[in-house]
Ligand binder design. Structure first.
Ligand code: GDP
Length: 266
């Protein structure tokens, strides 16, 4: 379908913005730094801070063309229906309504032919959706969880996380407006128990006031520091509406799947 990518989906558009706005879109966490109390340790804000060249190389991976197809591959409800683990893989998990499909759509927005399916109808089987990004990596959209998730769903997610040999990193989405909820803690416990490396992504940051966002960021950062082993210490903030953090997340996905070995600092 000939849908045009939304504004700011491409770095070239972001680069035309004035400096402060540009920082807010590309490095939303850094943008918050100036509002912290003096002396606050911001080392965890800048662990992954790629330069423009790396961001551009990552963007190229997310832009399909004739020699580099990006496709929805298949859906699976059981592990024996999952495609062969041929490529490095990342998966996205989070509560229903956390903004997962919006984020995956934003990541793939430069390839508008990629269809990110949503199955939200109650009673509709929840599936794992696999996307193939050329010959470079696969991305899995895991079904959203909630406190009413049926047991077979929990078992599917657990089986995937435990068995998937090519899984390089799990992205755990948390609502940036409401912060960590009970079901998020359950997901963290599961990831910690399995010893799986993961990254926490705070969604919908355009909907939080700066004060609320700072409070949530500092609280979650502290939680990660005190209670987790497998979570990357830097939080990733995104808005699929304003495109903040999406370019940086593309770069992280490219990096953890081994497709961007050197990420020179900006
Ligand atoms: P999912 O259930 O995790 O796939 O969540 P969706 O992507 O369907 O999003 C749930 C709701 O939140 C929808 O109404 C979206 O329009 C909204 N939403 C998702 N991402 C954002 C965002 O970045 N900003 C804002 N303001 N709304 C968002």
């Amino acid at each position: 379908s000939g849908r045009a990518p939304p504004p700011l989906a491409a770095l070239s558009q972001v680069l035309r913005l004035e400096r402060s706005r540009r920082t807010g879109i590309v490095f939303p966490l850094q943008k918050l730094e100036r509002y912290l109390a003096p002396g606050t340790d911001t080392a965890r804000f800048r662990l992954f801070q790629p330069g423009l060249a790396a961001l551009q190389r990552a963007e190229a991976l997310f832009r399909s063309d004739r020699g580099h197809p990006i496709d929805y591959v298949s859906s699976a409800v059981r592990m024996d229906h999952a495609p062969p683990p041929a490529l490095p893989e990342v998966c996205f998990i989070g509560r229903s309504n956390v903004g997962k499909s919006s984020l995956i759509r934003a990541l793939f927005s430069l390839s508008p032919e990629v269809e990110v399916r949503v199955s939200k109808t109650p009673g509709h089987t929840k599936k794992m959706n696999f996307f193939k990004v050329g010959k470079y990596f696969t991305l899995v959209d895991m079904p959203g969880y909630g406190y009413r998730s049926p047991q077979d769903f929990v078992e599917m997610v657990e089986a995937y996380l435990q068995e998937r040999r090519n899984l390089k990193r799990t992205f755990l989405l948390v609502d940036g407006v409401v912060g960590l909820q009970k079901t998020d803690h359950t997901a963290v416990e599961m990831l910690e128990e399995f010893g799986i490396p993961y990254v926490m992504v705070l969604t919908k940051i355009d909907r939080a006031s700066r004060g609320l966002l700072l409070k949530n960021v500092l609280e979650i950062q502290e939680f990660v520091k005190e209670n987790t082993q497998g979570c990357f210490p830097q939080l990733f903030l995104v808005s699929s509406v304003e495109f903040s953090g999406v370019h940086l997340l593309r770069c992280l996905v490219a990096h953890v799947t081994g497709n961007l070995p050197t990420v020179e600092t900006s």
